[in-house]
Design a protein around this ligand. Structure first.
Ligand code: MEV
Length: 439
């Protein structure tokens, strides 16, 4: 089994990092090329993917280290422009590793397709009639995608809902529940809804208006749990007035208090969940999946009780260890769409060695939980800016024109001065350039 612990990875130059990755994950030069080629995609490959294509928009791709999910080491590809995210996930995955890693699971890959039925005279009678013919409708929907059926997917259920109040009055909604196996499922579900609509119209004497997948994929959930031994949480750092020491108990209780804030307050919960999505989206994007769908589903799920709240939970167990869990919809696929045509997405799936969409979902939700823990730990101890600033300073230095060695030097100087600003960076770059000229 490959390891996800690669000591000193952060400090290696790019080419050595790639070599270490190839070594740890058994990747070939061709696989690696997908990571190093700008954006992993040529303009010619991008052209058929969308309309009016003119080029590529690339993002940094980093590797989340130290992850163990369901007993398996996994190196996690993360595409994201924000500093600190990959480092945060990797660091916290190391602490979780000490407690046995993440335990994750998924429910069946069932997506919901919606049909909006208008102009129905008698909603109750029409509902009864549809439900009476449910088996026939499901059998018909099942035949729509023979390949999916062969793979064990297909129509699972039909539900009828009445929307009592809306700007256009009451109407009926039919939900088609469809098992999409390893696909994200939008195409399969939309096709099934479009094909079934005439039959629904016939049974209800109504007019089927919209026929579309719901991104509130609350039947396709992924869950991750972790336990962090309390002693692993203790740490020391240099504060403004000398060394700051935190005991494991202090850090644990601080994390639980921070979570309670998000559990009770939608303003905080939005930011808390954004931190979770930093990790989730990075893997979703790296694997060519639809991150807008995942975002939409996550936030709607967070508001399912009628009040927007935290997607995660943190508490302590009987032994005083910190325990966390995260549950959210996870409609990701490993077949179809960009996952099969984008070279980086293909290499990313290979890197993780995932064989099913469920396995991918389990990894993603684990990364979300690690990311949440990273943010809560920093926020409830030294604050977010300290770790963030050194990485941010590098970006400011680059934007001010720093190159090569100069980037680290300018960044370190700004952090030391606690003045990470573009005007200061430009000044330092000018100073550095003039000393180079006079050497
Ligand atoms: C920043 O991208 C994410 C955080 O704001 C998340 C949080 O506050 O929990 C740090």
């Amino acid at each position: 089994m490959h390891t996800s612990r690669i000591a000193g990875f952060y400090n290696l130059p790019l080419d050595k990092r790639l070599a270490a990755l190839a070594d740890a994950a058994g990747l070939s030069a061709v696989d690696l090329a997908a990571f190093t080629l700008i954006g992993g995609l040529t303009p010619e490959q991008a052209d058929p993917m969308i309309e009016n294509a003119v080029g590529i928009h690339a993002l940094p791709l980093g590797i989340g280290l130290n992850f163990v999910v369901n007993g398996r080491d996994v190196l996690v590809p993360m595409a994201i422009e924000e500093p600190s995210v990959v480092a945060g996930a990797s660091f916290l995955a190391k602490l979780v590793r000490a407690g046995g890693g993440f335990q994750a699971e998924t429910t069946a890959p069932e997506m919901i397709g919606q049909m909006q039925v208008l102009d129905v005279k008698d909603l109750m009678t029409a509902s009864m009639k549809l439900l009476e013919h449910k088996d026939a409708l499901l059998a018909e929907a099942d035949e729509i995608d023979p390949l999916l059926k062969k793979l064990g997917g297909g129509a699972r259920d039909l539900e009828v809902r009445i929307i009592e109040e809306s700007p256009i009055g009451a109407f009926m909604v039919v939900h088609l529940i469809y098992d999409v196996r390893d696909a994200m499922g939008a195409n399969a579900v939309n096709t099934a809804c479009e094909k079934l609509a005439p039959r629904v119209e016939a049974f209800t004497s109504g007019r089927v208006h919209l026929r579309i997948l719901s991104n509130l994929a609350d039947r396709r959930l992924a869950r991750a749990r972790c336990v962090i031994p309390v002693k692993e949480l203790a740490f020391e750092t240099v504060g403004q007035n000398g060394i700051l020491s935190y005991t494991g108990e202090q850090v644990r209780d601080g994390i639980i208090e921070a979570w309670a804030f998000a559990a009770a307050d939608p303003y905080r919960a939005t930011t808390h969940n954004k931190g979770i999505m930093n990790g989730v989206d990075a893997v979703v994007i790296a694997t060519g999946n639809d991150w807008r769908a995942i975002e939409a589903g996550a936030h709607a799920y967070a508001a399912r009780s009628g009040r927007y709240t935290s997607l995660s939970m943190w508490s302590k167990d009987a032994d005083g260890n910190l325990t966390g869990s995260l549950e959210m919809p996870m409609a990701v696929g490993i077949v179809g769409g960009a996952t099969k045509v984008h070279p980086t997405a293909k290499a990313a799936l290979k890197l993780m060695g995932v064989k099913t969409a469920a396995e991918l979902a389990e990894i993603i939700v684990s990364v979300g939980l690690a990311q949440n823990l990273a943010a809560l730990r920093a926020l409830s101890t030294e604050g977010i800016q300290r770790g963030h600033m050194s990485l941010h300073a590098r970006q400011v230095a680059v934007a001010a024109g720093a190159t090569g060695d100069m980037i680290e030097k300018v960044a370190a100087q700004m952090v030391a001065e606690k003045m990470v600003r573009s005007d200061r960076a430009e000044e330092l770059v000018r100073e550095y350039n003039s000393t180079q000229v006079h050497k």
